[in-house]
Design a protein. Structure first.
Length: 329
């Protein structure tokens, strides 16, 4: 518990309580001086390595044995950023660099009274991880396995950090998936758009049909019976996510589009027309995706761009196998 001031630190006279501007404060009559009790500044640092956050197990009271962010009081004569980096080094042994401000929060502690927690994100520059004099243990924790933190301000700072990083991590994860092995399955951000496309397969396919029958690049389609082509187009679009997401193997894609190329060759279509019709399918899928107005946030923009890349890879493969089917007939 915080001790109350009893005597003046300057003259030794007994302290009384006196109102100043409606606020009761400690006051020395002999010195004619008010004493102000201000919140103590506490610095905390979030250091993350490969989605794991650095925590310190407290070696001293208050809350000895509890985990917290590297934290400590700022000293007179140092900046708040310098204090954060000093405490980080003293408690964990690593040298850091401030890269972002996370938040500032007010708190109350039975030992120190009112506190102001200022939390930064820091990059691990160098140094070997080890527990300092004030720490019993230091360890990296996955965000999904965090222990209860000693200070509510630490908890709120970590929650704020995770909230701010959510979209960024989702984009990184989806990008890593999209540049991985072909046919890999996973949760792409653009799957949301793909789902909208699949639900509207009939609408998109009918737009394609109207276009392909009047487009100057596909004259043979103007007189051909198109019910089978429309049915096939609806099938492809309605299963678009499976084609893009690796649920259909390369063998499935090869078989489907080689057969399509062979059929069109036997029906008397030119290869240029068939490839143009395929391109029109891609065009109408893309135009539908853009019509959903997914441009409200960075994540929305990324979803659209990711979908474009996935479509490019898929339709390039489809065009290749259609050509192979034509050549082999």
């Amino acid at each position: 518990m915080m001790r109350k001031r009893r005597y003046c630190p300057h003259c030794g006279s007994e302290i009384i309580r006196k109102h100043e501007g409606g606020t009761p404060r400690d006051y020395c009559v002999a010195c004619n001086q008010f004493f102000y009790d201000n919140p103590l500044p506490v610095v905390s640092t979030i250091v993350v390595k490969e989605r794991e956050i650095l925590l310190v197990k407290r070696k001293q009271e208050p809350l000895m044995g509890s985990w917290c962010l590297p934290s400590g009081f700022a000293e007179t004569g140092e900046s708040i950023e310098a204090a954060a980096l000093r405490e980080l080094e003293e408690e964990t042994g690593i040298h850091g660099k401030i890269i972002d401000f996370i938040c500032v929060d007010s708190s109350w502690n039975s030992t120190y009274g009112d506190l102001i927690f200022v939390t930064f994100e820091a990059e691990w520059i160098n140094g070997e991880l080890h527990a300092g004099d004030d720490a019993d243990e230091v360890r990296l924790f996955p965000f999904s396995q965090l222990p209860p933190l000693a200070f509510p301000s630490n908890t709120r700072a970590v929650e704020r950090y995770v909230q701010d990083k959510h979209e960024y991590w989702a984009i990184i994860d989806s990008f890593s998936l999209s540049v991985g092995e072909e046919g890999s399955q996973g949760n792409y951000l653009s799957d949301k758009l793909v789902g909208m496309i699949e639900k509207n397969a009939v609408v998109i396919a009918k737009r394609w049909l109207n276009d392909v029958r009047t487009n100057i690049s596909t004259p043979a389609y103007a007189t051909a019976g198109m019910e089978t082509a429309l049915t096939r187009n609806i099938l492809v679009i309605s299963q678009f996510g499976k084609w893009l997401g690796g649920y259909h193997s390369d063998r499935d894609i090869r078989s489907f589009y080689r057969e399509l190329g062979m059929i069109r060759k036997r029906e008397g279509f030119r290869l240029s027309e068939v490839l143009s019709a395929l391109s029109l399918t891609r065009k109408h899928i893309w135009e539908f995706a853009l019509s959903q107005r997914m441009w409200a946030s960075t994540m929305d923009i990324y979803m659209v761009l990711e979908l474009e890349r996935r479509m490019m890879l898929f339709f390039d493969r489809a065009a290749y196998y259609i050509t192979r089917g034509f050549e082999e007939t």
